[in-house]
Design a protein around this ligand. Structure first.
Ligand SMILES: Cc1cc2nc3c(=O)[nH]c(=O)nc-3n(C[C@H](O)[C@H](O)[C@H](O)COP(=O)(O)O)c2cc1C
Length: 176
């Protein structure tokens, strides 16, 4: 885990603001709150599915919260003064994108070690801020489940489940 966290710390960030804030969620109470949050958000998402997708959605495994030994909540400090606001005046969302860079670095570093990492986004983010008792200036970017994978696959789970397909990136490149 130390090298996975170090990978986050070496990510690029707007104005070197390093706006990532990482919370290792270890207490039973906090984990139970996040699991309840996921279950509620996932039930809402299931209810919102079109009828023809309902059954397929219900069959997807969309979080490893019960199984993962490591839970990491990743926030963006929207009010950090580090970096003096450089690069974020017209696009303050660059701070959040910097945090996504840190998540991606952790993801690649975890996979290089053979660890699995799942990004859980089916959550009410404000409730996570409350339940983990962190600053109201922090916004949730990612809730990560990290552990040794039970299975290894080269293809994508959502493709295997028939939910969605990867498209050719060439078809998404425009020339002007
Ligand atoms: C921002 C983001 C949020 C995601 N949220 C979830 C999630 O809530 N639950 C889940 O099972 N997978 C989640 N994923 C994983 C994607 O479903 C997965 O990356 C995608 O299907 C491609 O599969 P692959 O990463 O195995 O190639 C998320 C990925 C990203 C980048």
């Amino acid at each position: 885990m130390v090298s996975v966290l170090a990978a986050a710390g070496s990510a690029p960030s707007v104005g070197l603001s390093e706006p990532w804030r990482l919370v290792r969620v270890e207490s039973r109470t906090c984990r139970a709150a996040v699991i309840a949050n996921f279950e509620a958000a996932n039930a809402d998402a299931l209810a919102d599915q079109d009828e023809d997708r309902n059954e397929a959605y219900a069959a997807l495994k969309l979080a490893g919260l019960q199984e993962a030994p490591v839970h990491l909540a990743v926030f963006c400090d929207e009010q950090t003064t580090q970096g003096g606001g450089l690069g974020a005046a017209t696009m303050p969302e660059m701070r959040r994108y910097s945090v996504v860079c840190a998540v991606m670095q952790m993801w690649l570093s975890a996979r290089a070690l053979g660890l699995g990492m799942g990004w859980v986004s089916i959550l009410d983010p404000a409730r996570v801020v409350d339940d983990l008792d962190v600053s109201a200036d922090w916004s949730l970017i990612a809730y990560l489940c990290i552990g040794w994978p039970l299975e290894e696959h080269l293809d994508c789970e959502l493709e295997r489940a028939g939910w969605e397909q990867r498209r050719r990136v060439q078809d998404r490149v425009l020339i002007r």
